[in-house]
Design a protein around this ligand. Structure first.
Ligand SMILES: Nc1ncnc2c1ncn2[C@@H]1O[C@H](COP(=O)(O)OP(=O)(O)OP(=O)(O)O)[C@@H](O)[C@H]1O
Length: 609
């Protein structure tokens, strides 16, 4: 449940869901109406059974006829109940299918959306809310069918009972409707209270779940023990628990008040109805069966009125969740995909990348991370990007790869602004390994090929061999079919840090893209292993354009050109020798690192490896 302003109205959300149902499971729409009609007939049978039997007994009809009447009602009730159950079961899966189709659409959107959208708070919030709207059987995108079904049922019931009660005094009808409205408003008050006060409680619950997760996590186990975090965990847990319990108590009180109002209004309604109906019986206008029929109809009528109002409120609430889904799926794409131009077919595979007067500022930041930067990367060039933490190295790489568009200036591919191209095609130019790379929960072969079907196993093997991982994989009983990713496969193999890096190298080699980007994926490696890996990339990707980001300057000193990012721009540029000779920041950093490793007993390992 959430209370932000939705972009789509309730009618639009219902139309959207109906269109989805027509596409995925039209039987759900048939169920929605047929079930409501069956439920109403069932209700009417139950309403009439007592008065009809009472009349038959009063009129002392033959036993055979009485039994026939009983059989008629009981078999009718049995048959309808069975039929209802049957179609409910038959369409249960359809409701899930519709919800799952939306989950798929959301996942596709999140997986393919313009990268910059992922950093937007608004997008993240919508993403979070769509999770609530689709995560379970009681989420908005599934429960809406029950609510619509119940609304149709209540409207039909309201009309049918209006017909049954047409002989009654209009005042009784008015009192009955009024009692229903009062009960509804009292219940609504607690719903409104819940909406207005749930944020703090939701936060407290999230904190409790988080803390519980941390307490259970083997990763945090060491910190908890060594930093004596147990007391802190328990204290924070207790604070949040108190907020949670305070909220639950207050909610309980609101429900209690609503129940009291409900009982009181039912008392007034029944009192008035009894008085009127008894008056009618005493005046000889009504017999006992009619008395029972009308009295049952009065309380039933209240349920219809209340049911209509409750379901309308619930549908509105679900509409908010469905609107969240619609908003996310149709979230604006600043980059061009299918509507962009295809990349020019470059027969010789010559690609020149250029940043022209590029400035970039993160949303909400007060200063540019990069300002008026110019850089041309020639085809086949090996470029190293170095600089202190937070200088903007990753940002530069993300601009080159097309993950971000510059705030000012442009990124050019062979002289053309990349914004006009289909961004998906542009991404194909790159084979990139980032600091936060991902291992797929699939086999080693799937991880190298980055796909599930059409894996070229001979190329997988060649890439694995070139990456220096062949021996490690051949040792495994299932070799290239060995599963990775413990979160999904409990029996998955866990690669060591070094093996993972080599798998990344194999992945990059398999992809065989014109531009290789390594954005410091080697932080977990020791300097020798890192240097070895960079050299290996260098050897195996000869002829490809390569962009290497690293903090260990020795690893990238073989590059054709090194740029040092500082103060939002390129502070130094040249070969390793030129920059050392210049004796500025690069040379200073290099010397410091050199001394560190030497004094640290590393025997200049990183530099001579
Ligand atoms: N999504 C973001 N929103 C706001 N600021 C960001 C965002 N991502 C990065 N920054 C900021 O931009 C600056 C440059 O970040 P970037 O990651 O490009 O630096 P870096 O040179 O790669 O750093 P490191 O060497 O630590 O990886 C930093 O000050 C960082 O805090």
């Amino acid at each position: 449940m959430n209370n932000h302003k939705s972009e789509y109205g309730v009618i639009q959300t219902i139309r959207f869901m109906i269109r989805q149902a027509v596409k995925e499971a039209p039987a759900v729409l048939v169920w929605l109406v047929v079930d409501a009609i069956l439920a109403l007939i069932l209700q009417l049978l139950e309403l009439y059974v007592t008065p009809v039997l009472l009349r038959d007994i009063e009129e002392q009809i033959a036993l055979k006829e009485l039994v026939t009447t009983i059989l008629f009602f009981s078999s009718g009730i049995l048959l309808l109940t069975g039929l209802k159950e049957y179609i409910n079961n038959a369409t249960y899966q359809g409701k899930i299918e519709i919800r799952m189709s939306l989950c798929k659409a959301i996942t596709e959107k999140i997986g393919a959306t313009s990268y910059c959208n992922l950093g937007k708070k608004d997008f993240q919030e919508k993403k979070e809310r769509t999770n609530q709207a689709t995560s379970s059987n009681s989420s908005a995108t599934e429960i809406i069918w029950i609510q619509l079904n119940q609304l149709v049922f209540c409207i039909l019931g309201f009309l049918a009972y209006l017909f049954v009660m047409k002989r009654m005094n209009v005042l009784i009808l008015a009192v009955t409707i009024l009692a229903a409205v009062v009960s509804y408003l009292a219940a609504q008050r607690s719903v409104v209270w819940l909406q207005n006060n749930r944020a703090e409680n939701d936060h407290a619950r999230q904190c409790m779940w988080y803390l519980r997760g941390e307490a259970w996590s083997p990763v945090s186990a060491k910190d908890i023990r060594i930093l004596h975090m147990k007391e802190w965990l328990l204290k924070t847990m207790k604070q949040n628990y108190e907020i949670f319990m305070h909220f639950e108590r207050a909610l309980g009180n609101h429900h209690f008040m609503a129940d009291c109002v409900n009982i009181f209004s039912a008392l007034i309604r029944n009192g008035v109805a009894y008085a009127y109906l008894i008056g009618q019986v005493l005046a000889g206008n009504m017999d006992a069966p009619q008395f029972i029929l009308y009295f049952s109809a009065v309380s039933g009528f209240t349920s219809w009125v209340q049911g209509i109002m409750e379901n309308v409120a619930q549908i509105r609430q679900s509409g908010v969740g469905i609107s969240d889904v619609m908003e996310l799926i149709s979230y604006e794409e600043p980059y061009r995909f299918e509507d962009g131009e295809p990349l020019p077919k470059n027969a010789a595979g010559q690609y020149e990348l250029r940043l022209e007067n590029v400035s970039f500022r993160y949303p909400g930041a007060s200063e540019d991370t990069l300002h008026n930067l110019n850089l041309t990367i020639q085809n086949g060039e090996k470029l190293a990007v170095v600089g202190r933490n937070g200088a903007g190295k990753s940002t530069l790489v993300k601009l080159l790869c097309g993950f971000f568009d510059p705030t000012d200036g442009c990124v050019l591919l062979n002289g053309e602004d990349i914004r006009k191209y289909n961004r998906k095609e542009y991404y194909r130019l790159f084979s990139a390994v980032f600091q936060d790379f991902s291992i797929l929960p699939g086999t080693i072969a799937e991880n190298v090929a980055q796909c599930v079907d059409e894996i070229d196993f001979s190329r997988v093997k060649a890439a694995v061999k070139d990456a220096g991982l062949e021996e490690n994989i051949e040792r495994l009983s299932e070799k290239y079919e060995t599963k990775l990713g413990r979160k999904v496969h409990l029996d998955a193999y866990e690669l060591s840090g070094g093996e993972t890096q080599r798998l990344m190298l194999a992945r990059a080699l398999y992809r065989n893209a014109p531009v290789i980007v390594l954005d410091e994926p080697t932080a977990a490696l020791d300097p020798i292993a890192e240097s070895d890996l960079y050299e290996r990339y260098h050897e195996l990707t000869k002829g490809s354009t390569s962009i290497y980001v690293s903090h260990r300057l020795a690893s990238t000193r073989f590059c054709d050109r090194i740029i040092l990012i500082g103060a939002g721009g390129i502070a130094e540029m040249g070969t390793h020798e030129e920059l050392m000779e210049a004796g500025k920041e690069y040379a200073h950093l290099y010397e410091v690192q050199s001394r560190y490793y030497t004094e640290g007993g590393m025997e200049d390992a990183a530099f001579d490896a």
